[in-house]
Write a protein that binds this ligand. Sequence first.
Ligand code: GDP
Length: 300
Amino acid sequence: AAVFDTLSDRLSATFRNLRGKGRLSEADIDATAREIRIALLEADVALPVVRTFIKNVKERCLGAEVSRALNPSQQVIKIVNDELVQILGGETRRLRFAKTPPTVIMLAGLQGAGKTTLAGKLAKWLKDQGHSPLLVACDLQRPNAVNQLGVVAERAGVAVYAPEPGNGVGDPVKVAKDSIDYARTKVHDIVIVDTAGRLGIDQEMMQQAADIRDAVHPDEILFVVDAMIGQDAVNTAEAFRDGVGFDGVVLTKLDGDARGGAALSIRQITGKPIMFASSGEKLDDFDAFHPDRMASRILD
Ligand code: GDP
């Protein structure tokens, strides 16, 4: 993921300095911890997350596993890897399906986060696994949002449910509710509800998302966030957690060239798992999020 390129480079430089050392002194470990700390802060990782990370890395580096190791630098890399996996969430959190279909997945997030694109990617991903998803257009704020979802659905080769054109502005709560009955009659086993976003956090938007939530009782609420918006991602996540609540996070735009610290902070700050990652404009630039694979990529 491109958002981690700078961090990757910084960490490899740090590890290079350790290479060939037979034994690490406390001063070596301090210096290494300091460099990792700077690398994380420069990547825009939230301060409390950096603190915990460095504390854990240092404790383990000072412990027996490193002092006894034949190749301490390898051991340090392993420790940093383990801690990265931890802050990224540890285990892969898979999508939960409803016992009785349809499984309802609701997407929430700011305008421009990549919700509509993500809706198409997720639908295609599920379709490729043999599901029959229905995309539901509940973003009735932005004039072109319904059309855009239609285009995405067509590209993904999945069905879409939207208010009839010409039926006035439409009530997103009613559209969401009706889409569940529609999914049942058309035998769609998954309903993906795209909701309206605003450019900033806004009470009315939060309330609308909460009303849709209460109308359809989603099995999963996914908070979609642009990994390139830096520290704001954390603030936005907290606002959505308190205003709507969510079960998992989708990181978008991991192909961006900005500092990807938000991606490393969001799990610990919100306590919610990152479930999917989106890394491009193509429908296939998408997959389930695996903390171990992402950590390996960062340390590659
Ligand atoms: P929404 O307002 O949340 O529905 O966001 P959109 O899905 O309309 O996406 C906003 C913009 O970001 C569009 O130009 C998308 O093509 C772009 N976009 C979405 N996901 C990604 C991604 O993973 N990588 C990149 N580079 N662009 C993306």
